[in-house]
Design a protein around this ligand. Structure first.
Ligand code: ADP
Length: 399
């Protein structure tokens, strides 16, 4: 079965093709700056017989007016040996950011599902429209394939009501659906399952820490998310690359009132100009750690703030879980930035966390256990793989 996993953003398409049940992708790629005369495609083909061989890569810059043109270009690249025609794609697995309260698992897409994803535009104006467009385009390009939606929010639909409700007038929940939804669910679900399997403890009390450009944490037990740091939108919780994370709501009132910001300006400020970007001028941890090494005081404060917020959530989620068996670092920063892990694990002996600094500094691929001999709870690094998780969920749904 050929499963094509598609992540359609506002001006980009990320994809992977799986020859299921092989869990290694046959190819992957990224189309960027769609809608411009300077769109780029990076397409990688992997040798499934030689897993350690580097992929064959192609790069192109071209004119791509829209997503449909982009996906046709991808099909053209795939047709160069991977598949003979688009008809060979059996399943398209779509990443959809917001599933509201309607979707608790991967779902076969039909007219009603599309209508519901569209209805949710109001709750996820920055993400769902691009995901929806990806579905429509894929239906035209792969008309005979089964289309499946995998939602970022679905894994967190198990939160108890006292965890997902805000202390606002009830009607804002019952009529406007204002509540915590949580995001990055596919990633939390994937690393939590791997951690539980690694520990041989299906019921392990886990705190999963996804630190990419967007950052979030989840408290997971028995494969169920019990709480998570993002909320009504992906703005809540941790300090992120360009998003503020938690904030006193009065700051918004102050911006909108006395300081004269428009709602749109506040949105841009909180989503694009805050977080590490706002604190240091860069959203890339590699730049910030270089600045830190060069003695930059802003970078030092930003690191402290970033790690402090994560530590606060670890404390909170250990309380939610009534104990802790492991914390799991994942995504770009979590997998690569040893200093963030050092800072997060400092003074956490009370929770039984003791980091082995030599293991922390070693750069070995795959799942790593960084716990020292005195650690009662494990400290794990597990590379996330949202595309594989989407492919798995598609395969399970259609089995
Ligand atoms: P996204 O949320 O966009 O999927 P990723 O999980 O790929 O993001 O994470 C991207 C971020 O990871 C980058 O912005 C960068 O800050 C960080 N990152 C990537 N590689 C490294 C590295 N070697 N050391 C520190 N940080 C890194």
């Amino acid at each position: 079965m050929n499963i094509f996993v598609l992540n359609s953003g506002s001006s980009s398409i990320k994809y992977q093709l799986f020859r299921w049940p092989n869990e290694r992708p046959a190819c992957s790629g990224l189309v960027e700056r769609i809608g411009s005369g300077q769109a780029t495609i990076t397409h990688k083909v992997f040798d499934l017989q030689a897993p350690d061989a580097p992929p064959r890569e192609q790069h192109r810059t071209l004119v791509l007016p829209d997503h449909e043109a982009g996906l046709h270009e991808v099909v053209r690249l795939l047709s160069g040996g991977i598949i003979a025609s688009p008809a060979e794609i059996d399943v398209v697995g779509h990443r959809v950011v917001h599933g509201g309260e309607s979707f608790t698992a991967a779902t076969r897409i039909d007219a009603a599902v599309k209508a519901e994803i569209k209805r949710l535009f109001g709750l996820a104006p920055l993400h769902n429209p691009a995901n929806y467009l990806g579905i429509e385009v894929a239906e035209r390009v792969f008309p005979q394939a089964r289309q499946v939606a995998v939602f970022d929010t679905a894994f967190h639909q198990t939160l108890p009501e006292y965890a997902f409700r805000y202390a606002l007038p009830t009607a804002l929940y019952t009529e406007q659906r204002i509540r915590k939804y949580g995001f990055h669910g596919t990633s939390h679900q994937y690393v939590a399952a791997r951690a539980a399997a690694h520990l041989g403890q299906p019921d392990a009390r886990l705190i999963t820490i996804h630190l990419g450009n967007g950052c979030s944490m989840a408290a997971v037990r028995g494969g169920r998310s019990l709480d998570t740091s993002m909320g009504f939108s992906p703005l809540a919780g941790l300090v992120m690359g360009t998003r503020s994370g938690d904030l006193d709501p009065s700051v918004l009132l102050h911006l909108l009132g006395p300081l004269g910001y428009t709602p749109e300006q506040v949105g841009t400020l909180l989503n694009k100009e805050s977080g590490m970007m706002g604190l240091t001028g860069s959203n890339d941890m590699r730049d910030i750690s270089a600045a830190l090494a060069a003695g930059d005081a802003r970078a030092a404060l930003a690191y402290d703030l970033y790690a402090y917020r994560i530590r606060q959530y670890i404390g909170a989620y250990a309380a939610v879980l009534n104990g802790l068996d492991a914390i799991v670092f994942t995504a770009g920063v979590g997998e690569n930035d040893a200093l963030v892990r050092t800072r997060v694990c400092q003074h956490m002996e009370f929770l039984g966390l003791q980091l082995d600094e030599a293991k922390n500094q070693a750069r070995t691929p795959g799942l790593r256990d960084l716990s020292g001999p005195a650690s009662r709870a494990r400290i794990l690094v597990i590379p996330t793989d949202e595309e594989l998780e989407i492919a798995r969920q598609c395969a399970e749904l259609l089995a």
